[in-house]
Design a protein around this ligand. Sequence first.
Ligand code: FE
Ligand code: ZN
Length: 511
Amino acid sequence: MAAPRKLSMKQRYAALTHDLDWDFSYVDNAEAYPYTTFEGIKIHDWSKWEDPFRLTVDAYMKYQAEKDKRLYAVLDSFAQGQGHLSLADAKYLNAMKLFLQGVTPLEYQAHRNFSFLARHLNGPGPRFAALCQSQDELRHAQTEIHTLSNYNKFYGGFHSWHHQHDRVWYLSVPKSFFDDAVSAGPFEFMIAIGFSFEYLLTNLLFVPFMSGASFNGDLPTMTFGFSAQSDESRHMTFGLEAIKFLLEQDPDNVPIVQEWIDKWFWRGYRLLALVSQMLDYMLPRKVMSWKEAFELYFEQQMLGGLFKDLEYYGIRPPKHVQHAIDEKEILSHQVYWTLYQFSFAAAFNTTTPDSEHLQWLAEQYPDTFDTLYKPLWDKASRMVEGGGRHFARALPQLCQTCQIPMLFTEPGDPTTICQRHSIYEGERFDFCSDGCKWIFDREPEKYVQAWLPVHQIYMGNCGGPTVPDVLAWYGLQPGDNGEYAGSQEALDWAAWHTTSHAPAPTPVAGN
Ligand code: FE
Ligand code: ZN
């Protein structure tokens, strides 16, 4: 027998992966892949979409298992050594509550839809890349749940995140964002999640959370972040590969892709409003301001880098990008001020910034903070001193598209609330911005179906007519919500840190 021919790495990879693909003899392609034509995208040659990772299932599993082993070793030793006591402050965990309630369920949704793509994309290269990403996303959901479950023993707000994701008002913002993506076609999903979310905006989401974790003593979350990072770089490559493939296959794809970029940039950017306040208000030890993060990760890297490259294909920067740039001075303050007033109905707590924090905010936002927002916090502090911590008890109007309360202001006028509306089939729908109105007007039949938490409360679908009814339906337990100062969490934290003979932390009842 002749000696086996030695294959190059590339040939070997091809032989083990996409060369195993076959053409159907008894069914035509349109029947086998029914979802890749209705969006109007024209593909002439699926083999041009190469899987850039050169991974086999075997290598993928080994590599992921190694990373899991390292992560779980850190989780174990952190739990055994009461590592949570060395966090910067218990307040820090509000950011992680928001992450677990808002982002982790999206990882699971991503897992589901990438496994759909792993079946329904025509080419073997993209199908395999989608399969790997599907597995990654499932692993992210699981490792995040395990990483943060340690805190559930000692702190509020971690016990019912999954239940809350489907019900609580501020969590309908991330939930409806992802529902919008998974109910779109496969190519729009790739542009929405693979490109806009994983490529364009991912650094604005993950870097702040993971650097926030490392700055604030949260070793498990930081380790999870490192463990996810190599997956993330594959996902970014996949997203970029997807957009270039679509643009190269047919010039008719360009205007369709452009509209998707316009839509999903604005959807993603509105979602990041939650991150902006996390950076500027929730983290006890600051990483960078929202404004700095936006300038670095979006304006410099994306507008100044990526979109220069995409110009070649006839793609221009997203339609409402200037509005986002203009908002960087005011966004986080408007969002946290709203959360501060409504945190009696949230599974995290809020508090007024102390003088050091106010000083930092003034330095980061010299043009807006002292004139526009410091007076609000001074007033809030005076009310607290007078014994009347202020909560807003009326329900806010929500934007029909992004589902965020109407808290954003007119472009160029930070003291007037921005409100847009459209009439569709005789009914009026309201929006927070030109971007959200534009998205609605493209597909009104989709957005009229939005499950708006405030409307649902008024319709009697959220447990009953009173605040306690709704909070019970949300699954909130005493200590989850409201003001941080004087909360059970703050009292426990102080007791655990005042004396070297402090009682060992005991798990929170009911968790
Ligand atoms: Fe993920
Ligand atoms: Zn909106």
